[in-house]
Design a protein around this ligand. Structure first.
Ligand code: IMP
Ligand code: MG
Length: 181
């Protein structure tokens, strides 16, 4: 494992590894769409970078929407309950929806969103997550497309934060243990 020059953080996935995997995911999603249109729904803010890159790796007629939920407050601890802070702008009834998330962790967020979106009767509903932490799961839910499956590590960068910081790191890095708040 290498170390970034940026703040001396340990890199889990380099920008090149991310780009390679995102390209593969985009090709798979394109294939599965079979020429149909797509609505990509990003979960703010963490998924913004992934959605921007993934969307450009998908060869289809795509539009975007965004939702925001409250999950992690300050630091690494989840509050448990999921709350919708920002709803969809456009109805998704009859649409092919791809929910784009940064990390599938306990599964609480995506279980909540999936239920909410299914009530609107989309034509299809799929989930793409860049990272998956299956060992942390509380709700039984799987993504249709997973970038990387990782053990129980807290990661930052490429959209992912610690107390709103580090989202702009180009690589996915490990949060140093015992980091001061
Ligand atoms: P879940 O509801 O527990 O599945 O968590 C979903 C959200 O928790 C993700 O969208 C992330 O925003 C956040 N999260 C989970 N693990 C990490 C991490 O390692 N780093 C940064 N954010 C995380
Ligand atoms: Mg998130």
């Amino acid at each position: 494992m290498s170390t970034t020059s940026y703040q001396g953080l340990e890199v889990l996935y380099t920008r090149e590894q991310i780009a390679q995997r995102v390209a593969e995911m985009g090709a798979q999603i394109t294939q599965d769409l079979k020429g149909e249109k797509l609505v990509m729904v990003g979960v703010l803010k963490g998924a913004a970078f992934f959605l921007a890159d993934l969307s450009r790796a998908i060869d289809a007629d795509a539009t975007f929407d965004f939702v925001a939920t409250s999950s992690y407050g300050v630091g690494q601890r989840s509050s448990g309950a999921v709350k919708l802070i920002k709803d969809l702008d456009q109805p998704i009834e009859g649409k092919n929806v791809l929910v784009v998330e940064d990390i599938l962790d306990t599964g609480l967020t995506l279980t909540y969103l999936r239920k909410l979106f299914l009530q609107q009767k989309p034509k299809s509903l799929r989930i793409a997550t860049l990272l998956d932490k299956p060992s942390r799961r509380i709700e039984k839910i799987d993504a249709d497309y997973v970038g990387f499956s990782i053990p129980n590590l807290f990661v930052i960068g490429y959209g992912m934060d610690y107390a709103e910081r580090y989202r702009n790191l180009p690589d996915i890095c490990l949060m140093p243990p015992n980091h001061p708040e």
